[in-house]
Design a protein around this ligand. Structure first.
Ligand SMILES: CC(C)(COP(=O)(O)OP(=O)(O)OC[C@H]1O[C@@H](n2cnc3c(N)ncnc32)[C@H](O)[C@@H]1OP(=O)(O)O)[C@@H](O)C(=O)NCCC(=O)NCCS
Length: 273
């Protein structure tokens, strides 16, 4: 698709996601055409039994930007979602991406929270580990137990995986567990971290994509160490790590974290319909 080739220097994940979106009956895709060519694209995926409309893939061809098409597509998605009985719309974007930030704001969406995301490549060169807290792979049942005893581990009871978010209900935790593994970190038997990780195909290889929720710095670093080991043992091209912003002060203290390849601040928006 030409739009994807011309967006983010060809690193647009649209070209990889499109097969899944077109074959998923819960994905509703919309385009604007001009002279037989697609000049704008956007989708809404019904998740959580149709309660949530997940807005994704908004793109306008570079030759047609800043003429109101992005806003037009968004208004159309909102209307279509209402007609499909969607109760709330959600989307994630990077805070540096001004146009979708502006569109979400104009739509009256609420910012639920922000999370940091960083990427690190050349993982085999990293000789670092942190085992100060015991971190073990866990079942979805154990994750549910942790969430009922320590609900504050997750901001707003929402669990993020890659650019997506689900309410951390039993169904949501199980759904993520279909493609991801979970880990729980404990200190003296008390849960202090919850994390998940899975393989994700990108334009430049397969990366290990993890999300870490931790009660403190020690718990964060121990969980990160487990995910780094996973990424290395699976020969992943990169590690993508999503985490609470308060741990960014650790970047300066750990050499390899201080040499991140790329980073963004992710924001989750919501609008109740
Ligand atoms: C995001 C995107 C779809 C916006 O499409 P667009 O047709 O240019 O957007 P519009 O003309 O409808 O503008 C919508 C709002 O964003 C603002 N905006 C658009 N481009 C902007 C830019 N580069 N910088 C700052 N603000 C911008 C507009 O001023 C407008 O704000 P207003 O309502 O206050 O006037 C388009 O820029 C794009 O395809 N970007 C690359 C992919 C992307 O980032 N997708 C979103 C992923 S979450």
């Amino acid at each position: 698709m030409e739009i994807a080739r011309k967006t983010w220097s060809g690193h647009d994940h649209l070209q990889y996601a499109l097969d899944e979106w077109t074959s998923n009956p819960q994905s509703h895709l919309f385009v604007i055409e001009s002279e037989g060519r697609t000049i704008a694209f956007a989708g809404v995926k019904l998740i959580e039994s149709g309660k949530t409309g997940w807005m994704e893939g908004l793109r306008v061809h570079p030759d047609h930007r800043r003429k109101g098409l992005g806003w037009l597509m968004t208004e159309h998605l909102v209307q279509a979602s209402r007609e499909m009985g969607v109760k709330r719309l959600r989307l994630t974007t990077a805070t540096i991406n001004e146009a979708p930030m502006r569109i979400a704001e104009r739509l009256g969406m609420e910012q639920l929270f922000q999370l940091n995301t960083f990427w690190k490549e050349a993982l085999r060169r990293i000789k670092w580990s942190d085992t100060s807290i015991q971190v073990e792979e866990s079942t979805t049942g154990q994750v549910m137990e942790v969430l009922s005893s320590e609900p504050s581990l997750l901001p707003r009871g929402i669990i993020v995986h890659h650019w997506y978010a689900f309410d951390a209900t039993e169904r949501g935790i199980q759904k993520i567990g279909e493609f991801a593994k979970y880990w729980i970190g404990r200190r003296n038997g008390q849960p202090v971290s919850l994390s998940l990780g899975f393989k994700h195909d990108t334009a430049v290889g397969t990366e290990w994509c993890c999300t870490i929720y931790a009660a403190n710095a020690e718990a964060f670093l121990s969980a990160l160490s487990v995910h780094l080991d996973m990424a290395k043992s699976l020969s992943m091209s990169a590690l993508m790590c999503v985490h609470q912003p308060e741990f960014e002060n650790l970047y300066a203290k750990v050499k390899w974290l201080n040499e991140r390849d790329h980073e963004i601040r992710l924001v989750l928006f919501e609008k109740c319909l």
